[in-house]
Design a protein around this ligand. Structure first.
Ligand SMILES: [Zn+2]
Length: 102
């Protein structure tokens, strides 16, 4: 089992950074970033174990959005039951208090 992942960003290997340069003199390439799993601890490791940065994540979503939404399609709106909202005039922002109803 490998102890790293390659960034899944479709354009990762085209970004001009020193960290992507590999190869011998006269035969250099820009290579996809290698990712060490759990590099941020457990912080969103499901995402950041597969993408080197947010640009690569968004490029991947943009490229594969139709396949991604097909995994778990949303065919109707979801709803959360709430109590009747109450206005609180003592606050300037967020004057409406919304509580979930169980
Ligand atoms: Zn990347």
């Amino acid at each position: 089992m490998s102890n790293y992942n390659w960034c899944h960003g479709p354009n990762c290997h085209t970004t001009h950074t020193q960290s992507r340069v590999r190869g011998s003199k006269g035969n250099k390439v820009l290579r996809t970033i290698k990712i060490k799993p759990n590099r941020y601890g457990n912080y969103q490791s499901g995402i950041w174990n597969h993408f080197c940065n947010q640009r690569c994540l968004m490029d991947y979503i943009q490229t594969h959005i139709q396949s991604i939404v097909a995994i778990a399609p949303r065919r109707e709106a979801l709803e959360t039951k709430i109590k009747d909202p109450v206005k609180d005039n003592t606050r300037y922002y967020n004057q409406w208090t919304i509580e979930e109803r169980t």
